[in-house]
Design a binder for this molecule. Structure first.
Ligand code: ATP
Length: 372
């Protein structure tokens, strides 16, 4: 193992079939050591199966899995330097916190002094010092989850595999644990591979995210890149709310595509180059503004009728029906800017900058290598 492969996980063309079901379809991934990497997607997209193959709990139908540069495709779970953390914590109820955490080391016959030191170290990382003598039933759900994490970390695995580990917690605790997990990951050199169907959770915690759909990795990117430059319509729809609009090119000039909609209205988007005169574009709800005067040249302008107004506290969400029949979601921040309150049935004009239109599939490469 070289420094470069320390903690690194590589999936080469990995597929898994269960009878006629293709659960995972030719997945290629490179996860560098120390990265917080999430696999995100709807139920049944193959994320758990991928994680289980990395852990050795499932054998690929084809392809190879490399851990720290070594082919582990056929190596049993216990012989891989990875640890899995499940949603059901699986703590031993009759053992104390410290005994639960020490369990793996005892099996490996690690000496008493070293065990004590490593258990203390793990409990410090998960901020459970002082609770060594408690039993699991005397702990909250969040604390039990942290014991499960400490129990995995004590083995100093090259990678920690986490399958929806916060699923059993209520929303508030879940949010708190998301931040804690991120800080725990930052304190260790361990690679974290995290499975979730919750996009907000993935965006909060991850260095990079793989969005999966029907066994295929649709896009691998950093959270901001995924949100602002979704590679496919599926990713655009799965990460946050996104508006998908059809753009038929009437004119191409100076790197901009234009669709004319009459009466000064237009849809603009950066020209991704190449051929074609029909595109799908996406624009995020917070980029769309209600227009109340002259509109600068570099902006899309489109009229519509407000069909829904939902007050969401820090912002108000409007659904606007466009002349094209499409629906556009608009988020207005309820700050001090004092914009006019829209009502259902209002005729409005919407505008947004050309660079806030993003042509689907234009920028995202299938490249799964992290940026250097
Ligand atoms: P969830 O979030 O619901 O756990 P997932 O994205 O983790 O979903 P997987 O559990 O990986 O999805 O399942 C992917 C597909 O493989 C699904 O269609 C599932 O029904 C199927 N599958 C998973 N395990 C088995 C199995 N042991 N036998 C047969 N089919 C399976």
């Amino acid at each position: 193992m070289s420094d470069r492969t320390q903690g690194q996980i590589v999936l080469e063309h990995v597929s898994k079939r269960f009878g006629s079901v293709v659960a995972v379809d030719a997945v290629n991934l490179t996860i560098p050591g120390g990265e917080f990497f999430s696999m995100l997607g709807p139920s049944g997209c193959g994320k758990t199966t991928t994680l289980r193959m990395i852990g050795g709990f499932e054998e690929p139908t084809s392809g190879r899995i490399l851990l720290q540069g070594e082919d582990v495709t056929w190596v049993p779970p216990a012989k891989r330097n990875v640890n899995m953390v499940f949603q059901a914590y699986g703590l031993f109820p009759h053992m104390t916190v410290a005994e639960n955490v020490a369990f793996g080391l005892r099996i490996k016959r690690v000496g008493r002094a070293e065990t004590t030191a490593r258990v203390a170290d793990s409990l410090r990382i998960v901020r459970l010092e002082g609770l060594n003598e408690r039993r699991p039933r005397q702990l909250s759900g969040g604390q039990q989850q942290r014991v499960a994490l400490a129990r995995a970390l004590v083995n100093r695995p090259a990678a920690l595999l986490l399958d929806e580990p916060l699923g059993a917690l209520d929303l508030k605790l879940r949010r708190q644990m998301q931040l804690e997990l991120k800080s725990i990951a930052a304190q260790t050199a361990t690679t974290f591979v995290y499975v979730t169907h919750d996009q907000e959770e993935a965006l909060t915690m991850s260095d990079r995210i793989a969005v999966m759909n029907e066994g295929v990795v649709e896009q691998v990117a950093e959270p901001r890149e995924l949100y602002e430059h979704p590679g496919t319509a599926f990713v655009a729809g799965f990460i946050g709310i996104s508006n998908l609009l059809a753009l038929r090119v009437d004119e191409r000039r100076a790197g901009v595509l234009e669709m004319r909609l009459g009466e000064g209205q237009r849809l603009l988007a950066p020209d991704p180059g190449g051929v074609g005169d029909a595109f799908q574009i996406t624009v995020r709800p917070e980029k769309v503004k209600l227009s109340n005067g002259s509109v600068p040249d570099g902006c899309s302008l489109i009229a519509g009728t407000v069909s829904e107004v939902v007050y969401l506290g820090s912002m108000t969400q409007l659904i606007v029906q466009l002349a094209t029949g499409e629906l556009l979601t608009v988020h207005q921040l309820n700050d001090e800017s004092g914009h006019a309150e829209a009502r259902v049935g209002d005729q409005v004009r919407l505008q947004w900058r050309v660079d806030h239109s993003y042509v689907i599939g234009s920028g995202a490469s299938p490249d799964t290598e992290p940026k250097a």
